[in-house]
Write a protein that binds this ligand. Structure first.
Ligand code: ATP
Length: 550
């Protein structure tokens, strides 16, 4: 699997999908640039999402699976917002990860889980931690191979020492539990790589700070948004007041977000600057469960439609323990990226039921759970709200039911870069095909859904004479005029030209050849089946358009 990833990364660089940012200066960790083909692919991913959410949305009908008809609208908010937004949303206090550094090999790890091997002498109630392993969050939730080996060795050693009197078990707990509640004692965890001594875990806020205007210090401090969702909550009232929208409705946004990730890794999967495609759906509290289920299933189907299928794509419902108490459900849509170990999946999108948490916070002030598991405004040491809300009334008035309420929110939050990466990984294919001389060669092709492919059609004159280049150039221009992304290539043997297009995922190639002058037909070649058929030159634009919209 990792080998497959190396091939994909190499292809992306070679053919201009993804480059390292500032590469000539050695790159900058966690930042990536999309090249000429990558920018088209990612634009197509975002366009497919926007079309599904906004452009093609039919607000007059009840769509399949939806509880009622609904409207959708878009938004494009600023990246830097009032700092109070992040204090009230919880990001200022809570949006952090834990990091530890190895004092010896200087590696840095992001940690959210710890695995403790516990031994207990039979009959003795007191368990003792005998080995503690920090789990590097980038490699999944399990131990690395070296760690598992070490664990087996330790267990073997205890068995030898204590014979059948020893019982061993493995407990995985969150870092929080380990630091605050773990009653087990035992040796501290060592570095997952070299076993060296680790620094104590330190909290690290993921928001990038910047300064607005000339004011230095706290007054001018602002943050680059770590998610696009808050901009939508900021404009909830503006949209209701200006757009005549009625609950239920959704507001969608695509835009950059920034997180100062501790260990950006796995290509573009965990970057420090990335794009999100988020939608907040506002509905009546009584209907929120149905809407949550609707969006969860619809978002999963969207990935299936564009080519992520089979057991590499999963929908994982959070367990009741993982859920915020006010939420009726949260699900992650996950993909088995080739850089992950077998059985591990990486998050593509989270679909969350957020109840009235966000709108209420921005009215009343930052909310926390009290001992009865109720949301209340968090107080400072003077008994005042720790972070004040806007004080604006963000309730919705339903003039037919004569009811005023804070809508509940369903949030499908997707990453445009993670989706693009998943489509790239899924598209990568190899097969064996004969070359011009009949010798079998490995063919690499990218099996993109036609709507996502950066280039839809390539036009070739078979040879550079007999009027073929002129006819092909005219066809190329007609396709461009029709808004179809296409390319023209008359260099090298036809077989090589086909391979070049296969490698960048162009679904169709059209060749103008000797027969074209006789009967006005051209060859249409299909990337996946390799089938070649003849179609009238005059029908090419209509045929490609029809196939693209199929
Ligand atoms: P993770 O657990 O992987 O850090 P998350 O749960 O923090 O992700 P969300 O806050 O739910 O992510 O953000 C919504 C989506 O934004 C994610 O599903 C993912 O597609 C994308 N995303 C989040 N962080 C990054 C990142 N550092 N790089 C690229 N995409 C990201």
């Amino acid at each position: 699997m990792a080998k497959e990833m190396d091939k994909i990364v190499a292809l992306c660089k070679r053919r201009g999908f993804i480059f390292q940012s500032s590469e000539i200066y050695g790159g900058l960790n966690g930042f990536w640039d999309y090249g000429p083909l990558g920018v088209e692919l990612k634009r197509n991913v975002k366009e497919a999402w926007w079309k599904d959410m906004i452009t093609r949305h039919d607000e007059l009908s009840v769509l399949e699976g939806a509880p009622s008809s609904f409207s959708m609208t878009g938004l494009d908010c600023s990246i830097i917002m009032h700092p109070q937004v992040w204090k009230v949303s919880g990001h200022y206090d809570l949006f952090h990860d834990f990091m530890v550094d190895c004092k010896e090999c200087k590696s840095r790890f992001r940690v959210d889980h710890v695995t403790v091997a516990v031994r207990r002498v039979t009959g003795d109630k007191k368990p003792v931690a005998c080995e503690t392993f920090i789990v590097d969050a980038e490699t999944g939730t399990g131990l690395s191979k070296t760690q598992s080996k070490r664990l087996d060795q330790a267990v073997g050693q205890y068995k030898k020492e204590f014979g059948d009197d020893i019982e061993c078990e493995q407990v995985t707990m969150s870092l929080d539990e380990y630091l605050h509640e773990a009653p087990l004692g035992g040796p501290a965890a060592g570095c997952p790589k070299c076993r060296g001594e680790l620094t104590p875990p330190r909290e690290f806020n993921l928001m990038f700070k910047t300064t607005v205007g000339a004011m230095a210090g706290e007054e001018g401090t602002a943050f680059l948004r770590p998610e696009t969702a808050q901009g939508i909550f900021m404009n909830f009232k503006n949209v209701v007041d200006s757009g005549r929208v009625k609950v239920p409705f959704g507001i969608a946004q695509i835009g950059k977000s920034f997180r100062n990730e501790i260990t950006p890794r796995n290509y573009t999967f965990r970057s420090r600057e990335f794009e999100q495609m988020e939608m907040e759906f506002f509905c009546h509290p009584d209907d929120s469960r149905k809407w949550y289920e609707y969006w969860r299933d619809r978002r999963y189907e969207w990935y299936v439609k564009y080519g992520l299928a089979g057991d590499r794509l999963i929908l994982r419902d959070h367990t009741p323990e993982e859920l915020a108490h006010y939420a009726v459900g949260t699900a992650d849509i996950e993909y088995a990226y080739p850089f992950l170990s077998d059985g591990e999946y990486g998050e593509l999108e989270g679909v969350a039921h957020r109840a009235d948490f966000d709108l209420r916070s921005h009215m009343e002030g930052k909310l926390v759970l009290d001992e009865n598991q109720e949301l209340v405004v968090e107080q400072n040491e003077h008994g005042q709200p720790k972070y004040r809300g806007s004080g604006k009334d963000l309730r919705y008035f339903d003039d037919q039911a004569r009811e005023r309420f804070v809508p509940h929110v369903i949030e499908p939050a997707a990453g445009a870069d993670r989706a693009t990466l998943a489509f790239l990984c899924e598209a990568y294919q190899e097969d064996e095909q004969p070359d011009e001389k009949g010798k079998m060669q490995t063919r690499v092709y990218m099996k993109f859904h036609p709507q996502l492919a950066p280039i839809k059609v390539a036009v070739f004159p078979l040879i550079k004479k007999d009027g073929m280049p002129e006819t092909a150039a005219a066809l190329y221009r007609d396709l461009k005029q029709a808004g179809i992304a296409c390319t023209f290539d008359q260099q090298a043997a036809i077989g090589r030209r086909y391979r070049r297009q296969d490698e960048i995922g162009t679904p169709w190639c059209i060749t103008v050849d000797g027969q074209t002058a006789e009967d006005n037909t051209v060859t249409l070649r299909d990337r996946d089946s390799l089938e070649q058929s003849r179609i009238p030159l005059a029908d090419v634009v209509a045929e490609i358009s029809a196939r693209l919209n199929a």
